[in-house]
Write a protein that binds this ligand. Structure first.
Ligand code: BEZ
Ligand code: FE
Length: 289
């Protein structure tokens, strides 16, 4: 077939995929082609606009490497990550809700003993975080892992900040039979998602706020339970309602209680005053496949 035009090019592209022997790939690509063509018909981009779009995606790729993932940031800031997350985590009510992974997780989080300090340079306001990992019936989960990471008191992750020691504010904890977890850290700060790349320029052009409310990231996993990627946000944070990546859920907002008690601080191995956070995580049971 030849002479493709506005009226027949969509069907022509879909027809070329008719022989695909992977039905899922065919369904996904059919949907992508249909929607992409619909966008082009609606927007009617000029050639300059289309070239600008190609340049934007090219720069997004060039900005990405093993330490920086501009495509994840694009997905996050367009709300796509939260939509995919919501579709894949339709949890029973009561279970800890999930939210974005973000681009700053590392795969080789260092193992820590319960109670260890995540902060290797102690820069920031001291915090004691504790609670339990529970099953849906309120029983403690033995052998649950908590993979934790957060920003320092300056709002930067170790991978963004050459002044921080490697693996600062990262730790992998495993619960015992009582399901308890506790660790020391510093209070995380609100921060801007990276704005020095094409996604940052997009946010600026759209008049959007690049800030995220302060949070501690946690990935929980335990045999027989669904893993959950989540955050602890801080009640009262000024960016809770304008998170640049749409990640805030009410159930994930916890209270940081200010404590001014030198003896307790000393017993916990923290400077005084300090913040205390108590939060239980509830895991949903894995369903049979
Ligand atoms: C984060 O929380 O680390 C994050 C999430 C999405 C985009 C940028 C950062
Ligand atoms: Fe974060």
């Amino acid at each position: 077939m030849r002479d493709f035009n506005e009226a027949n090019v969509t069907d022509a592209v879909l027809g070329r995929m008719a022989e695909c022997d992977d039905p899922r790939l065919q369904a996904v690509m059919t949907s992508i082609v249909r929607h992409l063509h619909a966008v082009v018909r609606e927007v009617e981009p000029t050639m300059d606009e289309w070239n600008a779009a190609i340049r934007f995606l090219t720069e997004t790729g060039h900005k990405s490497d093993e330490r920086r993932q501009e495509f994840i940031l694009l997905s996050d800031t367009l709300g796509v990550s939260m939509l995919v997350d919501a579709i894949n985590n339709r949890k029973p009510s009561g279970a800890t809700q999930s939210t974005v992974l973000g681009p700053f997780h590392v795969s080789n989080t260092p193992r820590k003993a319960m109670g260890d300090n995540l902060s290797l340079d102690l820069k920031g306001e001291p915090v004691f975080v504790s609670g339990r990992v529970l099953d849906p019936d309120g029983r403690p989960v033995d052998g649950a892992t908590l993979d934790v990471w957060q920003t320092s008191g300056n709002g930067l992750y170790d991978t963004q900040d050459p002044d921080q020691p490697e693996n600062n504010l990262r730790g992998l904890f495993t619960t015992g039979a009582d399901g308890r977890y506790f660790f020391r850290s510093v209070r995380p700060m609100p921060y801007s998602v990276p704005t020095d790349g094409p996604v940052g320029r997009m946010l600026l052009a759209l008049g959007r706020d690049p800030m995220r409310p302060a949070h501690i990231h946690v990935i929980l996993a335990a045999p027989g339970f669904d893993a959950v990627t989540t955050h602890l946000f801080i009640a009262g944070d000024e960016y809770l309602d304008s998170d640049a990546v749409f990640g805030v859920k009410d159930s994930l907002v916890v209270t940081f209680v200010r404590q001014d008690d030198p003896e307790v601080a000393k017993a916990l191995g923290l400077g005084n005053p300090f913040w205390r956070v108590e939060h239980d995580f509830i895991l949903s049971r894995q369903r049979a496949p």
